[in-house]
Design a protein around this ligand. Structure first.
Ligand code: PLP
Length: 164
C-alpha cells in the first residue's frame, strides 16, 4: 500500500466530510507475499478514527518465526484480523479465524435463531458470519498443539527458503 496515496485519500474524505468505514491492509498478498506497512497504516487509521482491518489470510503464521515476525509489526493494532488456517497452517479448507482486538466488537456479527444460537446461551460459534459449521476450530487447536508455534516457525522459514 502506498502510504502517501492512502493519506491523500483520507485527507480528501475528511475534506468532503465522507466517513471512512475501514482501512484494510494485507499481510501477505496471495501471489507474492507482499506485506503492507501495518504500523504506519495503523497510525493513519487511528488519526482517521476508522476501523483498521488486516487480511492476514496468507502470512499470519509468520508470527511464529523469530526471523520474520517483525514483518508483521503493527498487526496487534488492528481491530480485526482474518487468518486462513487452511493455508500456511496446513489444515483442511474452511478453517479460518477472525481475530477481534476488542472481543465485544464481535457482537456486530452475532445472530440469533429460535432453534439454536439463543441469546445468553453458550452455543458454540454464536458469533459467526455463517450458520451451521463443522467445528473446524478444533483443527487449529490440534495444529497449534501438535505442530506448535516452533513447528510452524520452522515450516514458514523453510517455505521462504524454497524459491530462493
Ligand atoms: C486466500 C486468501 C483470501 C481468501 O480466503 P479464502 O478463505 O480461501 O476464501 C483472502 N486474502 C488473501 C490475502 C488470501 O491469500
Amino acid at each position: 500500500m502506498d502510504l502517501m496515496a492512502l493519506q491523500r485519500i483520507v485527507d480528501d474524505c475528511s475534506a468532503r466530510d465522507f466517513r471512512i468505514v475501514a482501512i484494510v491492509a494485507t499481510a501477505g498478498t496471495t501471489d507474492c507475499g507482499s506485506i503492507d506497512p501495518l504500523d504506519e497504516i495503523a497510525e493513519i487509521a487511528g488519526h482517521a478514527h476508522t476501523h483498521f482491518h488486516v487480511d492476514a489470510a496468507w502470512c499470519a503464521p509468520l508470527i511464529f518465526s523469530q526471523r520474520y515476525q517483525t514483518r508483521l509489526a503493527g498487526i496487534d493494532r488492528a481491530e480485526s484480523v482474518t487468518i486462513d488456517a487452511h493455508k500456511q497452517f496446513y489444515l483442511p479448507i474452511g478453517s479460518s479465524v477472525l481475530r477481534m482486538l476488542e472481543p465485544h466488537a464481535a457482537t456486530v456479527i452475532e445472530k440469533q435463531a429460535s432453534y439454536m444460537l439463543q441469546e445468553g446461551s453458550g452455543d458454540l460459534g454464536k458469533r459467526a458470519l455463517e450458520g451451521s459449521r463443522s467445528g473446524s476450530a478444533l483443527l487449529l487447536h490440534a495444529g497449534l498443539n501438535i505442530i506448535g508455534p516452533q513447528g510452524y516457525g520452522w515450516l514458514i522459514e523453510d517455505n521462504i527458503q524454497k524459491p530462493r
